[in-house]
Design a protein around this ligand. Structure first.
Ligand SMILES: NC(=O)c1ccc[n+]([C@@H]2O[C@H](COP(=O)([O-])OP(=O)(O)OC[C@H]3O[C@@H](n4cnc5c(N)ncnc54)[C@H](OP(=O)(O)O)[C@@H]3O)[C@@H](O)[C@H]2O)c1
Length: 261
């Protein structure tokens, strides 16, 4: 392993995470990429090394929704004597369904991935960053984190957690030279649409950004140590509007937009 910095990117087999992997390697980082789809990670590694042959890429395939996944991941890094300079907590998913009908285990699995294991991985990797007096964290939340989301109640709540957690850590870790940025995308054309069941939803039909655009804006904001990155004018406007309207109205509108047909 050479002396370049290393970024660990969760959920880098598809979508926004894959695009972030490209941006980090392009900007001089070595990578640790992780997700469940080993084949997709392998394809990504081959493609990236063709373009950036002097970098190193380690694949650690993991189901990050398993409770002990963060510890296993960090132990795998220790075995390779790998120091993580930047942690990108991107892996996550959402589900469009009414809470009373949703499978409880699935909802809890979502919380485990989107929240619990994001916290664990962050907590496990921060001490080394503090010791090195440098480091960065890029957490992927959502504009969903700014509002309540009827018919996606748990998902919206997980993203509200990520947003709040990131903002708090941004302040806490500043004195240690560690930057913390929260990327809050709006609808983005990735596998998320199918996984969440939102492909035909009004929200996605109203227009979605490409994963490339979202990742580019996220990376730029991270480099500038912005606390929250809202990619694009539409997402900025939506979150601004929610501040001026009463919450009862906001949640009613979202309920309508996220109708289950
Ligand atoms: N797309 C949107 O409209 C949108 C909007 C706002 C926020 N976001 C957020 O953006 C982030 C990235 O999503 P995306 O849009 O890029 O969706 P995506 O294309 O579905 O990518 C999700 C990534 O997370 C990984 N992942 C999912 N479950 C996992 C698990 N149990 N263990 C390990 N990795 C897992 C997936 O890999 P494997 O399937 O290979 O495991 C994949 O690499 C998520 O946190 C999502 O909530 C998305």
């Amino acid at each position: 392993m050479n002396t370049q910095k290393t970024a660990l990117i969760t959920g880098s087999s598809y979508g926004i995470g894959k695009e972030l992997a490209y941006l980090f390697i392009k900007n001089g980082y070595n990578l640790v990429i992780t997700a469940r789809s080993h084949d997709k990670l392998q394809d990504l590694k081959v493609d990236l090394l063709k373009e950036f042959p002097d970098r190193s890429i380690l694949i650690i395939p993991r189901d990050l929704s398993l409770p002990d996944a963060p510890l296993h991941l960090v132990n795998a890094l220790k075995e390779k004597n790998l120091v993580i300079d930047v942690l990108v907590n991107n892996a996550g998913y959402g589900l469009l369904n009414s809470f009373h009908e949703a499978d409880l285990d699935q909802q809890l699995n979502m919380i485990q991935l989107n929240v619990n294991n994001l916290v664990s991985l962050t907590r496990l990797l921060i001490p080394q960053m503090i010791k090195n007096k440098t480091g960065g964290i890029l957490n992927v939340a959502s504009i969903a984190g700014f509002v309540p989301g009827p018919n996606m109640a748990v998902y919206y709540a997980t993203k509200a957690f990520v947003l709040s957690f990131s903002e708090a850590l941004h302040e806490e870790l500043k004195p240690f030279g560690i930057s913390v940025t929260c990327l809050a995308p709006g609808p983005t054309l990735t596998k998320f649409c199918e996984v969440s069941g939102m492909k035909e939803s009004v929200i996605f039909k109203m227009g979605a950004q490409s994963a490339q655009t979202v990742a580019r804006k996220g990376y730029k904001g991270f480099v500038r140590n912005k606390v929250i990155v809202l990619p694009g004018l539409k997402n900025k406007s939506i979150t601004l509007i929610t501040r001026f309207f009463p919450r009862y109205l906001i949640r009613k509108v979202i309920h309508r937009l996220q109708k289950i047909t």
